[in-house]
Design a protein around this ligand. Sequence first.
Ligand code: SOE
Length: 391
Amino acid sequence: MADVKKELRIGMVGYKFMGKAHSHAFRDVSFYFDPKVEPVLQAICGRQEEDLKQAAEKMGWNSYETDWRKLIERDDIDLIDIVTPNNSHAEIAIAAAKAGKHVFCEKPLALTLEQSKEMLKAVQENGVIHMINHNYRFSPAIQMAKKLIDEGRLGKIYHVRALYLQDWIMDPQFPLVWRLNKDISGSGSHGDLAAHSIDLARFLVGEFEEVTGILETFIKERPIVESSSGLSGSASTDKFGKVEVDDASVFIARFENGAIGTFEATRFAGGNRNGNRIEINGEKGSIRWDMENMNNLEVYFHDDEPGLQGFRTINCTEELHPYAGAYWPAGHIIGYEHTFINLVTELLNGVAEGYNPLPNFEDGVRNAAVLEAVEQSSQTKQWVRIADLLE
Ligand code: SOE
């Protein structure tokens, strides 16, 4: 008889946009992969009981709790998955770690670098497995880019050019949803979008050495929100509140390996819905990737035959492309939700074998240090060294 696979019972706090993406990943992961533990959607947690019940039923959770502290106390939960707004990540993660639960947390890790460091300390001191959700590095095309860079196919890296362009808050009447409220989100496009570009750059190129940049808020006041969900909200038009987060973040960086980079994250790039893009140029070649066409990796090799040189497009759906072989025959593309499935496979295997998969809370802290360095630089107009913030 085949061995019965050990189960990993998940308790997820939050249930909206990211809750849906994570639930789907846990539900479907064993359909495509063979993780070393079997996830069980044990309990979901949120404050609005009626909505929560519906979400639990629709997404296939076995039970629900309206208080995250109760969820953490439950003996039948092994891992806490945090998909709440940013201001609650630290408190929940630290409590979960102290209760001996493994922790999976949405990005950015917390509101500040200081809080992120406390979270890392808590998971390390309590010996639990930890992971942060930077799903885009799990696109097969990004994994393929990493493979080419690690094999030296681009040679020494000179440039990183990262853009994360959205446009969903350009209307000045768009209300002050939680992502625009500093107390809840910590920052605007910076922590929400630039954090993803920082992760891709760290994954593909290496550690940041120093940065300088600016954060800008174009619309300084917005209608107070009445209700909001995901990326939408409705406003009461006569009351306005101050916008204290950035609408755009632009910075330049020097990397420890000598590469230099430019980064632009904005919610004011009209026409760009989710334009997460990166280009890397090395001495022997270049790669470029665009999330809105996520299965394709554009690759240029300098030693291609003269006359035939130029970017070629690799559709990363072949059996030999990282993660792609688990899905469909070549040419049958995958999407945004599959990046979460790929990541969750690593999380489950890490828990089963007792190691912290990448990216984990250490990556979350390094990411937060870059974010904070840019914020400091925006105020002081000086370059800020990342190592000084990590001490
Ligand atoms: C909203 O800007 C958002 O959903 C981010 O919060 C996600 O991290 C990003 O992947 C897509 O855009």
